[in-house]
Structure formats: structure tokens, C-alpha cells
Ligand binder design. Structure first.
Ligand SMILES: *Cc1c(COP(=O)(O)O)cnc(C)c1O
Length: 379
């Protein structure tokens, strides 16, 4: 009898020091945000990316909302973004009354197609939001050039791209701002969490106010003002130091986590190569000038019918694989709040129907890895 014990799509990894750090945070008695673990997490993330300032947030979604507030995005503004991304990329800007303008993705990396940006720009365009799918960088030189030419801000939704590089430079360091996610499904996680990365100068003071309910409480705690008051609009985007304690344990183990993930990614890519080549299945494209972070491993099946049959085939063998983003321009929210860029999004619609993600988590056993590969190549 073959083993059909279920292999989950994701099994959150515990690096080792989480319990000890949680205990230390509890013993310290102060569980609110911006405690010692929050500050340590900010520093570790800033070092990884080479950013000047990082603020831990309650999620990547909230970091995106902060970026929209910091850019002063207002009703009627337009923000160019891919259709093939997570919903938060769009909702953060729609919340400010902006119109997400959905552009198509490239057929190779599945990232926002930089050649379509210029035609999507109008006199209402304020920003370009890029998302590095699977942590494989967008064409950042071309994107930064078009943004500079039109005076547009660039925000990187870098939820997939921690530890990834484009021409030697860390993702998250290109845009005026970038956002990270530490959701349980990401490489480094604390269940729910995120960070706002700031690269442009002059953002951090207002970011601290926005993150602390619109008050200058952060300055008050540093003794810079004698009382704290309502200064600006804002919300509660500051996570508990308990979450930061868990996250610090993960960030300190990042080399181990990344090595484990790369091993699985490379094994998939090697062992499914012949099978994929013979059946017209496409493996991930990683251009030579970028380093990916082994965030996810996907396959593009020849068509929707094969994709559905392949998911069923894996499911019958206990392998929980998954499809991915529903094109945002086709969703009820996308239709109501956004619009398509000129030319529409035919590539996005096509790949969304054909994509399958294989399980990829740091604690995967060799036995599980072997069973997944076997399940794939027996289709
Ligand atoms: C996970 C993810 C988010 C949302 O992250 P949260 O921390 O759950 O808010 C946003 N964008 C992308 C591309 C993601 O993958």
C-alpha cells in the first residue's frame, strides 16, 4: 500500500529559540509594541535588505496601507499594479479612494510587464506597485527608469522576496518603500506580521506617527516631547513585542531556513525536469541576473483541464498542492474599484488557469519530498 498520509501545502517551521524568546518577552512584563524584540527585528530586517529604516507592522497588508498614507494617496489617484498579485496590493490603495490600474504580467517571470507601464500612465497616476512573484525580481532597472521619467513613486510588495536579489542588490531596497510579510505561509513568519521598509529619506518620522494611531507617542517614549498628542491620521499598525520575540528567533535562523528551502526547490527543479519537458509543463523561470529566495515552486500545466486533473492526481496521493492568484481585474472587488490597463491582462488570465504550487516548507522530510516528486512525475 502506498503511503497516502496527507502532506500539507505548508507546515510552519519553528527554528528553535522561539519559546525561549517568548518566555523572555513575558518575563519582561511589557507585551506592547516597540519593546526590545521589536527593535531587534527592525534592525535585523534593515540589515538583510540594506534599508535605512524598518518598522515592524501587524501585517504586510497594514504596511501597504501605511505606504498609501505616506504617499498621500487620495480619491481619484491611480496606482499601476499587476493583476496577478495578492488582494492586499490593491485594497491598501483602494481604501484611500485610489483606482488600482491592473497591468498584465510577463509570460516568463509572471511579474508586472514593465513594457506595459508607460501606456497605463495618465495625469492621475501617482505610483507603481510591483510585486516580485516567487521572489524572482521584476525588471527593476526599466521600472525605476519609467518611474523617474514620470515622477512616480515605486512601492515594492516584497512579501515573497526577503533574501532575494536583482543584479546583486536586495529586493526591498529599490522602491521609496517596500513591504514584507511574516504571515505563517512566508519564509520567515510569526503567524501574522509584517514590516514597512523605507528607502526614501524623510519618511520615518511620519511613519512612526501613522503607525501609532496618528500620535507622536514614539517621540514621547524617546523623551523628545513632554506629552504625546494627536498629530496626523493613522491607525494601530504596531504588533505586540510577543510576536516580535517569535519573529526574532526566525530571523536569527534565516540562513538555516533558506538552506532548507533551497534544497527542496532545487530537488523539485531537478527531478521534475524531464517529466515537465516531455509534457509541455513549464518550470519557474529565474533569469541569470537574479537570486530567488525559494519562496515557492510552481509548474504551469498546458491548460486548465490538465491543471485540475493534476491537482486531483496529487490530492489522491496525499499531496496538498494549490493554485494561486485569481486575476484581480476579474474579481468583484477589482471590477468595482479598479480597471484594466490598455491591452488588458490576457497573460494573467492564461497563467492563473494553469499554475500549480507544490508544497514547500523548511521542515519537509526527505520521505515527503520523495513522495511529492513521485506523485508529480506519475501524472
Ligand atoms: C502574503 C502576501 C501579502 C499579505 O501579507 P499579510 O502579512 O498576510 O498581510 C501581500 N502581498 C503578497 C504578494 C503576499 O504574498
Amino acid at each position: 500500500m502506498p503511503d497516502t498520509t496527507v502532506i500539507p501545502f505548508n507546515r510552519p517551521y519553528v527554528a528553535g529559540a522561539e519559546e525561549e524568546y517568548l518566555g523572555r518577552a513575558m518575563a519582561g512584563g511589557a507585551l506592547e509594541g516597540d519593546g526590545p524584540f521589536t527593535r531587534r527585528a527592525n534592525t535585523l530586517i534593515a540589515e538583510l535588505i540594506g534599508a535605512s529604516s524598518v518598522l515592524l507592522t501587524t501585517s504586510c497588508t497594514h504596511a501597504l496601507e501605511m505606504s498609501a498614507l505616506l504617499l498621500g494617496i487620495a480619491p481619484g489617484d491611480e496606482v499601476i499594479m499587476p493583476s496577478f498579485t495578492f488582494v492586499s496590493t490593491a485594497t491598501a490603495f483602494a481604501l484611500r479612494g485610489a483606482v488600482p490600474v491592473f497591468a498584465d504580467c510577463r509570460p516568463d517571470t509572471l511579474n508586472l510587464d514593465e513594457r506595459l507601464i508607460e501606456a497605463a500612465i495618465t495625469d492621475r497616476t501617482r505610483a507603481i506597485v510591483v510585486m516580485h512573484y516567487a521572489g524572482v525580481a521584476c525588471e527593476m532597472d526599466a521600472i525605476m527608469a519609467v518611474a523617474a521619467r514620470y515622477g512616480l513613486a515605486v512601492v515594492e510588495d516584497n512579501a515573497h522576496g526577503l533574501c532575494a536579489r536583482y543584479r546583486g542588490r536586495a529586493l526591498g531596497s529599490f522602491g521609496a518603500m517596500a513591504t514584507q510579510s511574516f504571515h505563517a505561509t512566508k519564509n520567515v513568519q510569526c503567524g501574522e506580521g509584517g514590516a514597512l521598509v523605507m528607502n526614501a529619506p524623510g519618511l520615518v518620522e511620519r511613519a512612526e506617527i501613522i503607525r501609532e494611531k496618528g500620535t507622536n507617542r514614539a517621540q514621547f517614549f524617546r523623551g523628545m516631547v513632554d506629552k504625546y498628542r494627536w498629530i496626523d491620521i493613522g491607525s494601530s499598525y504596531l504588533p505586540s513585542d510577543l510576536l516580535a520575540a517569535f519573529l526574532v528567533a526566525q530571523l536569527e535562523a534565516i540562513d538555516d531556513i533558506q538552506a532548507r528551502r533551497h534544497r527542496i526547490w532545487a530537488a523539485y527543479d531537478k527531478w521534475v525536469a524531464d517529466w515537465a519537458g516531455e509534457r509541455g509543463v513549464r518550470r519557474p523561470t529565474v533569469p541569470a541576473d537574479r537570486d530567488h529566495p525559494a519562496h515557492l515552486y510552481y509548474l504551469l500545466l498546458p491548460d486548465l483541464a490538465h491543471r485540475q486533473a493534476f491537482l486531483r492526481h496529487l490530492g489522491e496521493r496525499g499531496v496538498r498542492a494549490a493554485f494561486h492568484y485569481q486575476p484581480l481585474h476579474t474579481t468583484p472587488g477589482g471590477l468595482r474599484y479598479g480597471r484594466e490597463a490598455p491591452g488588458g491582462c490576457p497573460v494573467t488570465e492564461d497563467v492563473a488557469d494553469r499554475l500549480v504550487r507544490l508544497p514547500l516548507f523548511a521542515a519537509m522530510s526527505d520521505d515527503e519530498l520523495g513522495r511529492i516528486v513521485e506523485a508529480v512525475i506519475s501524472y
